[in-house]
Design a protein around this ligand. Structure first.
Ligand code: GLU
Length: 431
C-alpha cells in the first residue's frame, strides 16, 4: 500500500496527523489540504537543432493566507503535478514555521536539464516564465531556485518579466545573481540555517560537535556547504555521496578536497575513481571505502543529513539507521512510515520545514531588499538569519517539550495554527 503513496499523499499524511491533534474543523481541513490554484502549461521551446520541444510546466499556489505565495522552481524528470503539489504544501508550512509573511507555492518543469545546452536552458526558462507571468508578481507569488535551477535562471526569468510587462521588478523573484538584485548570503543560506540548528541542538543534547561523526547524502549546494560548516566547526565528515555514489572513511573526509574533485570530475569519488574503476590502493591508504547512497544512510555516524532527493528513508531502511540525529536538508526525505519508526526508536529528526528553512528566510531578506532598494551587509544577513532560525527552533522545541511531540509534529502544529489564525482574522473561516 505504501508503495502507491504519491509525494502529495506523503506530505498530506503529516498534515492530516496535525489536523487531528489540533482538532481542526472540516472547513479548516479542506482549505489546508487543497491547493488554491494549479497552473499547468505546455512549454514549447526551440532546441539547438531548430526542432521544437514540448514539456510540462507547473506552478502550484497552495495557500496565501499569511502573504504572497512563495517557493522555488524545480527542473527534474520526476517534477510531476503530484510532486509539485506536495512541495507547495510543504512551503506553506515552512514559511509559517519561520514566521515570515509568505504563503506557499512551488513550480516545476518535468525535464532533465542536464541534457540541454545553456541556450536551450535559457529559452526553456524564458518560455516557462511567460506561461506563468500573469499569475505571479512581487505581491502575488515570488518564485526562487530549487533543484537544478540557479541564479542565472532567476536572472533570465526576471529579465523576461520586466521586458514583457515594461516594469522594474527587483522583488519578482529571489535567488538572483548579486549583479542583478541578489542578496549576500543567499547561496549558503540553506546550509547556514541547518548548521545553526545543529549547533543549538548539540548544545541542548550535550553533544560536542567536535566529536560528532556526520554523513551527508547529496553534495549539491546545501549538502556541500553544510559539510564545510561542520568540518570548520571540528566535526568529522565520515561519508558523502552524490547521484553517482559515495565514499566513507572512519578517519574523516576533507570536504574542501572533495568539492575540488567534484568540480573537476563531476563526482565526489573523483579523487579515487574514474567511472566505475577505482584505485583500491589509494582508497586503502586513505582508509576510505566506496559506498552506495543506500549504504550511506545506514553508515556508522552520529548525525545523518539527507540533502538530495525525497523519500530516501522509508520503512525498508529506517530500522537500520544508526544516526542519533537526522537533519532533513532535502524536502521530504523521510516517509511517514519511516518517521513513525524513527520516533519509536528515539531518533531525533529535525524536519525539512525547519531544517532547510534558511533558504526561504534569506529569500525573504532578498525580497525586502528588492522592495526597499537597500543592500544588507553579509553580517546583517547572517545575524538576522540566525535570529529567525533560532527563534523558530526554540518555538518548535518548546512546543515539542510541552506536548511531548516530535520536532516534526511540533513544527507542523505550530505552522498550521499560524495559518489557521491568519485565515480566521481574514474571515475565511469562522471563529
Ligand atoms: N527552494 C527552496 C525551498 O525549498 C527555497 C524556496 C524560496 O526561497 O522561495 O525551501
Amino acid at each position: 500500500m505504501a508503495a502507491h503513496l504519491t509525494p502529495f499523499d506523503r506530505a498530506m499524511s503529516f498534515m492530516h496527523a496535525s489536523f487531528q491533534r489540533l482538532k481542526l474543523s472540516e472547513r479548516e481541513k479542506k482549505l489546508l489540504s487543497t491547493p488554491e490554484h494549479i497552473l499547468r502549461h505546455e512549454i514549447s521551446f526551440k532546441r539547438d537543432d531548430g526542432k521544437t520541444m514540448k514539456v510540462h510546466g507547473y506552478r502550484v499556489q497552495f495557500n496565501n493566507a499569511r502573504g504572497p505565495y512563495k517557493g522555488g522552481i524545480r527542473y527534474h524528470p520526476d517534477a510531476d503535478i503530484e510532486e509539485v503539489k506536495a512541495l507547495a504544501a510543504l512551503m506553506t508550512v515552512k514559511t509559517a514555521v519561520v514566521n515570515i509573511p509568505f504563503g506557499g507555492a512551488k513550480g516545476g518543469i518535468q525535464i532533465d536539464p542536464k541534457k540541454l545546452s545553456a541556450s536551450e536552458l535559457e529559452r526553456l526558462s524564458r518560455a516557462y516564465l511567460r506561461s506563468i507571468a500573469d499569475d505571479i508578481g512581487p505581491d502575488i507569488d515570488v518564485p526562487a531556485p530549487d533543484i537544478n535551477t540557479n541564479p542565472q535562471i532567476m536572472a533570465w526569468m526576471r529579465d523576461e518579466y520586466e521586458t514583457m510587462k515594461h516594469v522594474y521588478a527587483p522583488d519578482l523573484i529571489t535567488g538572483k545573481p548579486m549583479s542583478y538584485g541578489g542578496s549576500l548570503g543567499k547561496d549558503k543560506a540553506t546550509a547556514r540555517g541547518g548548521f545553526f540548528i545543529l549547533q543549538q541542538l548539540a548544545k541542548l543534547e550535550g553533544l560536542d560537535l567536535r566529536q560528532a561523526r556526520v554523513a551527508v547524502q547529496g553534495f549539491g549546494n546545501a549538502g556541500s556547504e553544510i559539510a564545510m560548516f561542520l568540518h570548520e566547526a571540528g566535526a568529522q565528515i565520515v561519508a558523502v555521496s552524490d547521484s553517482r555514489g559515495g565514499i566513507y572513511s572512519k578517519v574523516g573526509l576533507d570536504p574542501i578536497r572533495i568539492e575540488q574533485y567534484k568540480k573537476k570530475t563531476g563526482s565526489v569519488r573523483g579523487q579515487y575513481c574514474e567511472g566505475s574503476v577505482c584505485d583500491l590502493k589509494k582508497l586503502k591508504m586513505d582508509q576510505t571505502e566506496v559506498i552506495s547512497n543506500e549504504d550511506l544512510l545506514m553508515c556508522d555516524c552520529d548525525i545523518l543529513i539527507p540533502a538530495a532527493l525525497d523519500n530516501v528513508i522509508t520503512e525498508k531502511n529506517a530500522k537500520s539507521i544508526k544516526a542519533k540525529i537526522i537533519l532533513e536538508l532535502a524536502n521530504g526525505p523521510v516517509s511517514p512510515e519511516a518517521d513513525a519508526i524513527l520516533q519509536k526508536r528515539g531518533t531525533i529528526v529535525v524536519p525539512d520545514v525547519l531544517a532547510n528553512a534558511g533558504g526561504v528566510t534569506v529569500s525573504y531578506f532578498e525580497w525586502v531588499q528588492g522592495r526597499s532598494g537597500e543592500q544588507w551587509t553579509a553580517e546583517k544577513v547572517d545575524r538576522e538569519l540566525r535570529r529567525i532560525i533560532l527563534q523558530s527552533f526554540d518555538d518548535v522545541r518548546s512546543e515539542a517539550k510541552r506536548r511531548e511531540l516530535s520536532y516534526r509534529e511540533a513544527a507542523f502544529d505550530t505552522a498550521i495554527l499560524r495559518i489557521v489564525e491568519a485565515m480566521r482574522v481574514r474571515g475565511w473561516i469562522s471563529k
